[in-house]
Design a protein around this ligand. Structure first.
Ligand SMILES: [Zn+2]
Ligand SMILES: [Zn+2]
Length: 295
């Protein structure tokens, strides 16, 4: 999953090929310019690409697709499905490579806040304002698997790719008969279960480009409530508060307040104005001071 598709040049083609869902906050160019690179990478893929976003996202995807010529992809299997939140409704349209990405509109359905429901996790979205509609997203795991590293060492089990396969088998509630080869020996799932600690699922929230209005703050605090990790913009410093209002962005101090009021465990700051490149420490300290404030 990708949360926004801005400058994604740091991601390898292998990483991008794994992306099946993109959750777009809004289509300002710095949040959507990476769509073309992603599309180019997954063009021959059989697994569909799903895009979620605020009002007008279907037109934006259509506009991007209309910007290229598609006469040589008739036998490509890729389908792009786009889901657009419009108040209480979720609109849907699809674009199939075999039809030169011509838009096919689906039926609207009711939007109850849930965008993806999987046995292992849920993705929720909420519409906020950035002068234009903007979406914030939260991923909630059904449960979390921790590996007891001390016990691994004690039992002489090396860390390796087998651990991912083991976790996957637990998540899928696989049969207890799965066999894992670890350092040349075979283990049954039951023999390994003591190294896994199953705990409460984690919640990760992603909030960016929201206006510093009371309405937004109230909504986002509720939405991000109980996050283990809150990724939140801190575009301006409090000393440039007027600019924050003009540009419909948060200040670092407001990000800290949102994280504190939402009871987040950890605040991960993102998206700073380039004017603070020389004083990024100030952005962090302003946000963290507010976040850690005793109330
Ligand atoms: Zn932005
Ligand atoms: Zn923006």
């Amino acid at each position: 999953m990708l949360f926004d598709a801005g400058d994604i040049s740091a991601l390898s083609p292998g990483n991008l090929l794994d992306v099946t869902e993109v959750f777009v906050s809004h289509t300002h160019i710095d949040h959507f310019i990476g769509f073309d690179i992603l599309l180019r990478t997954v063009l021959r893929r059989e697994v569909p690409l799903k895009i979620f976003g605020p009002a007008n996202i279907i037109n934006c995807v259509e506009g991007k697709l209309r910007g290229y010529t598609w006469n040589l992809i008739k036998d490509y299997p890729l389908e792009i499905e786009v889901f657009e939140v419009k108040g209480p409704l979720l609109s849907q349209a699809s674009f199939h490579a075999s039809r030169s990405f011509q838009r096919v509109d689906g039926a609207d359905r009711e939007f109850d806040g849930i965008l993806v429901e999987d046995p292992l996790f849920t993705i929720k979205g909420v519409e906020l304002s950035h002068q234009i509609p903007v979406m914030a997203y939260a991923l909630e795991e059904a449960f979390h698997i921790n590996i007891d590293k001390a016990l691994l060492v004690e039992r002489g089990l090396p860390v390796g790719p087998w651990l991912s396969a083991f976790k996957k088998a637990i998540r899928e509630g696989g049969p207890g008969t799965s066999v894992f080869e670890v350092a040349g020996r075979q283990y049954s799932m039951a023999e390994l279960m003591d190294i896994a600690r199953i705990t409460r699922g984690q919640k990760i929230s992603y909030v960016t480009d929201i206006a510093p209005s009371d309405e937004n703050i109230e909504k986002v605090v509720k939405f991000a409530s109980g996050s283990d990790v809150l990724f939140c913009e801190a575009y301006f410093l409090e000393r440039d508060r007027d600019r924050a209002y003009e540009r419909h962005h948060l200040t670092a101090s407001l990000s800290g307040r949102i994280a504190r009021e939402a009871g987040a465990d950890h605040l991960e700051l993102i998206h700073f104005s380039p004017k603070y490149t020389h004083c990024v420490d100030e952005v962090y300290s302003e946000a963290m001071q507010e976040f850690r404030k005793e109330t």
